[in-house]
Write a protein that binds this ligand. Structure first.
Ligand SMILES: [Zn+2]
Length: 244
């Protein structure tokens, strides 16, 4: 009686122990499932980053509208009265007080809305946000080609004129951010795709949308049918300060 009991107990214990092969099979199954899930997780993370980027542009645009209201309707000037420019005259400094932020040096890096999570300038080991801010290496370029010296009331095509767009500086070798969108050519101030073949933009009427390029070419954002007309058409304004 006792012997039978011992035998059946040993069999039960033995059946509960995994063999090495069984363990390897389980690990292999988990690895296969993880590899199937990973692309979906990456896609979800990228979507989250693109949405955060859009929210950044919306926030800055609201700050820009308040800046214009307080400055007789003018967009950011980008330059001093004598025509010179510095970090103090760039839009990223001018907008801070209208977004509840301090402009003092130490606080500039806290303006997290100036950077897209996919801007390579933010990659580990790069410069601090404070340095990036003062060098103008923020993720969104201001439309310096069209806006300085203009008022919103002068805009004839507010829905198709860019206020800010993701822009880059390639001189850093990273295609990191740049505070101006003023050129079709790299390395400086070109609109850039950070979300697949898309770059986010906020337009003068305040709506945000993704500009879609067709290829990964460095000047693809300025091809005809993408930004070409919107960027090179200078006839976007009334000649005086009145609406037509
Ligand atoms: Zn972005």
């Amino acid at each position: 009686m006792n012997r039978r009991f011992v035998c059946s107990r040993a069999t039960a214990v033995q059946s509960k122990v995994f063999t090495l092969i069984e363990l390897l099979v389980v690990i292999a199954i988990i690895a296969i499932l993880a590899s199937m899930l990973l692309p979906a997780l990456n896609q979800a993370r990228d979507r989250t980053r693109a949405i955060a980027c859009i929210n950044n542009l919306k926030s800055i645009s609201m700050g820009g509208a308040l800046y214009s209201d307080a400055n007789n309707g003018f967009f950011f000037t980008q330059v001093k009265a004598d025509g010179s420019a510095s970090a103090e005259t760039r839009y990223q400094t001018l907008v801070l007080p209208y977004m509840g932020r301090d402009t003092v040096m130490g606080d500039r890096e806290k303006a997290e809305f100036l950077w897209c999570a996919k801007d390579p300038n933010l990659a580990a080991g790069q410069k601090s946000r404070l340095t990036l801010f003062d060098e103008g290496r923020i993720s969104y370029g201001y439309n310096c080609r069209h806006l300085p010296g203009k008022k919103n009331s002068m805009a004839r095509m507010p829905t198709t004129t860019i206020l800010l767009i993701e822009a880059c500086n390639e001189a850093s070798g990273l295609r990191g951010g740049h505070y101006q969108a003023n050129s079709w050519a790299l390395p400086d101030g070109a609109a850039i795709m950070r979300h697949g073949l898309q770059g986010n933009a906020v337009w003068l009427d305040g709506h945000v949308s993704a500009v879609k390029a067709r290829t990964v070419a460095s000047n693809a954002m300025y091809e005809k049918g993408v930004l070409y007309n919107k960027f090179f058409d200078d006839n976007r304004w009334t000649l005086d300060n009145k609406k037509e």
